[in-house]
Design a protein around this ligand. Structure first.
Ligand code: NAP
Ligand code: FER
Length: 334
């Protein structure tokens, strides 16, 4: 019998999740049955969308039930297996739980193939966020050479890759990020042409119109809220807007209403399209191999924030909403 620490949803948060949201339990796991593996979890992914799963209301993902273990993408080592394609010692990626150990159906796991890179990249630049950036940039944003493109949450897992891919397609790229330190990294490491620290100004429209005097041809929206309102005022005719995330609103119980900026879409005939990474599942392998190649050649830079210890997973998750991460936020479990 194996015992493990595991986080469960204690109650649905009202606003920003806190200690009352998370319940760390010690639980016993059964032996793996036929087709199952016992896993030592190495890295857990914490992601903004998990806030949506904590609420009962409708979203694109099933709500978690109160009392249910928290789930998420993770990388693990196979410890035991029962008639599966894996062997003890294999490193796998898939949907797991916020725990040290887990018994999983082997059919739902993949071998990690990240070459010389750390296994955590299977949750970041070569995983779900990297794929989101890949398909979201190339097939939704569709930057044209010479476009001025704006990316919000530019220092994050998705945004940092979007900006680099848009530059590769010939765009001038401007990021929004939440500190001077992040903006330096966005410009120096991720190669954006400029980065605006939105926490250093109250007037996003003025900051953006100075950085992009000829207006905005493409906007990759990771955040929604006031940054998006400001970018909309600067859209050019035939602009492309990719709506990927709305993290600024995820802790709101009701989306604030007010004067909306949609009149700009009439004036500009801009195209606004939402995206869900899962829609591209049949082509994930091609995306991962292209991204791995570009990381290997040095064309694509990436960054990770690694928080140590399962017990710090709730803080790492809440930190996403405070902008504490640079690049992909993962938790190193052991
Ligand atoms: P991330 O950007 O690595 O982390 C979230 C970042 O959002 C924080 O570091 C913070 O950076 C910024 N942020 C938090 N609250 C904010 C606010 N109120 N206003 C402005 N910025 C804020 O996260 P990610 O995993 O790459 O995800 C980015 C977005 O893409 C999220 O909205 C996520 O839900 C979405 N997403 C969508 C899909 C899809 O298929 N549609 C897939 C993956 C991710 P600052 O310091 O800059 O504030
Ligand atoms: C996110 C991560 C994943 C998100 C959406 C998804 C809107 C969707 C994935 C899918 O169902 O394909 O942060 O935010």
């Amino acid at each position: 019998m194996v015992t493990t620490k595991r986080y469960h949803l204690a109650e649905r948060p009202d606003g920003v999740p806190d200690d009352d949201t998370f319940d760390l339990r010690e639980v016993e796991l059964g032996e793996p049955g036929p087709g199952e593996v016992l896993l030592d979890i190495q890295y857990l992914s914490v992601d903004p969308y998990m806030r949506g799963r904590m609420r009962a209301g409708e979203s694109y993902a099933e709500p978690w039930e109160v009392g249910q273990p928290l789930e998420g993408g993770a990388v693990a080592e196979v410890v035991e297996e029962y008639g599966t394609q894996f062997e003890p010692g294999d490193t796998v990626v898939g949907n797991m739980v916020w725990a040290e150990q887990h018994v999983a159906n082997a059919a739902e796991l993949q071998s990690v193939s990240v070459g010389d890179l750390p296994a955590s990249t299977a949750l970041g630049v070569l995983g779900m966020p990297g794929r989101t950036a890949y398909f979201g940039t190339r097939e939704v944003l569709e930057p044209r050479a010479g476009d001025t493109v704006v990316v919000s949450a530019a220092a994050g897992a998705v945004g940092s890759v979007v900006g680099q891919l848009a530059k590769k397609q010939g765009a001038t790229v401007i990021g929004f990020a939440g500190s001077d330190e992040k903006c330096k990294i966005v410009e120096a490491e991720f190669g954006f042409d400029a980065c605006l620290n939105y926490k250093a100004t109250d007037d996003y429209v003025e900051a953006l119109s100075e950085a992009a005097p000829a207006g905005v041809d493409g906007y990759f929206d990771n955040v929604g809220g006031p940054i998006t309102d400001a970018v909309f005022t600067q859209l050019n005719v035939d602009a492309h807007v990719a709506v990927c995330g709305q993290i600024a609103l995820y802790n709101e119980e009701e989306v604030p209403t007010g004067p909306r900026k949609l009149g700009k879409l009439i004036e500009t005939r801009a195209r606004v399209q939402g995206l869900l990474v899962g829609d591209y599942a049949t082509r994930f392998e091609k995306a991962a191999s292209d991204l791995a190649e570009w990381v290997g050649t040095g064309e694509l830079a990436y960054c990770e924030t690694v928080t140590e210890g399962l017990e710090n997973a709730p803080d790492a998750f809440v930190g996403l909403f405070e902008g504490e991460n640079i690049g992909k936020q993962v938790v190193k479990v052991e």
